[in-house]
Write a protein that binds this ligand. Structure first.
Ligand code: GLP
Length: 240
């Protein structure tokens, strides 16, 4: 695991965005593992700015997102499909049929998990992008999730629901369940990039980087990946 600490958040996004643009330009048929969350918004904005300026070609790229809430309508403004369309997919020339976000339809979520995992096994990711939950989760793999997990349904912890309530009208609106790529599925990507910024992530960063590698901190397993880079600002790195 390589740790990079930046004195400004902007520098993280500039570096990561230019890395993505280079990788996509070098390999237009790239397969990307993508993530949602506030941390990713500035990155996607820079990719869209780059597209508007340089027309970086996404027409052959494929994407696979980490997770989705269960029970929100597809067009709900807090669904992760909505987030991805809004922040990235509708602004670049990617084919929507090449973009995959797990489907959180309550009635067939188990089938949907099996189908998503099959797609993942047929489409190895070149780069997996990750954010970090304040409790050390990656995707929606909460503390205690097996490192051998594949795509599955999770019950969200109270902590995660509270953390994500800021995006909803109130806590009651936050779904109790989600479908997420498993930890084993994430680790199969050739490269992993994880970004964490702000003081609220400092404890999770410390557990990920310095704590024991165990399922109490799902992100700690990233230390065993052969090519994982962690991008931190000073606040997120403050307990290291
Ligand atoms: C959600 C997502 C995670 C994300 C985390 C952090 O729970 N499932 O994939 O990493 O939130 O989000 P934020 O970037 O908003 O702090």
């Amino acid at each position: 695991m390589e740790i990079k600490v930046y004195d400004s958040v902007d520098k993280i996004y500039i570096e990561v965005a230019s890395y993505y643009v280079k990788k996509i330009t070098d390999n237009p048929s790239i397969t990307l593992g993508l993530a949602t969350g506030g941390t990713m918004e500035p990155l996607y904005k820079l990719l869209v700015d780059d597209y508007n300026e340089n027309k970086t070609d996404y027409s052959k790229a494929k994407t696979f997102n980490l997770d989705e809430y269960i029970g929100l309508p597809k067009d709900h403004n807090q669904s992760y499909r909505y987030f991805m369309n809004k922040h990235l997919f509708s602004h670049v020339n990617i084919q929507l049929s090449n973009t995959h976000v797990p489907i959180g339809d309550k009635l067939r979520v188990n089938e949907s998990a099996i189908e998503f995992e099959k797609l993942l096994s047929e489409n190895p990711r070149d780069i997996q992008l990750l954010g970090l939950g304040q409790n050390g989760h990656i995707g929606f793999n909460e503390p205690g999730t097996s490192f051998d997990s594949i795509t599955h349904v999770v019950n969200l912890t109270d902590k995660t629901r509270e953390d994500n309530a800021r995006f909803f009208l109130n806590l009651d609106e936050v779904p109790h369940q989600a479908i997420t790529m498993g930890i084993k599925s994430m680790l199969s990507a050739k490269e992993i990039i994880i970004i964490a910024t702000g003081i609220s992530k400092a404890r999770a960063v410390k557990a990920m980087v310095n704590g024991p590698v165990n399922e109490r901190c799902p992100a700690s397993i990233l230390r065993r990946h052969p090519d994982c880079i962690v991008y931190l600002d000073k606040d997120a790195a403050s307990l290291l």
